[in-house]
Design a protein around this ligand. Structure first.
Ligand code: SF4
Ligand code: SF4
Length: 88
């Protein structure tokens, strides 16, 4: 279950009530590309270190996320960002 409560499981498929983004803290290398690429200021670099020793990115304002996916494509680390788009 998504910690933000935006996902519901229906007949083995995931549908999204509203767009959302999830950052995987321990996979991030703190490059900041997602932060500067997001057009809505959703993301920021954390002041805390992850296990790799980086200031990992975090979600600052989830309500502003449109699910555009720009941060996902900007991120060089596989699996560090998951974007949930609203189904039409
Ligand atoms: S999906 Fe788009 S709006 Fe949401 S955090 Fe990523 S770049 Fe920002
Ligand atoms: S682009 Fe990827 S690796 Fe870079 S700060 Fe964002 S989540 Fe971390």
């Amino acid at each position: 279950m998504c910690p933000e409560g935006t996902l519901v499981d229906e007949s083995e498929t995931l549908t999204v009530k509203r767009p959302s983004v999830h950052l995987h803290f321990e996979l991030c290398k703190g490059c900041g590309r997602c932060v500067v690429s997001c057009p809505n200021g959703v993301l920021a670099l954390s002041g805390a270190y992850n296990k790799l020793g980086y200031h990992a990115a975090k979600v600052e304002d989830l309500s502003a996320c449109t699910g555009c996916g720009i941060c996902f494509y900007a991120c060089p680390e596989p699996g560090a960002i998951t974007v949930y788009r609203k189904q039409k």
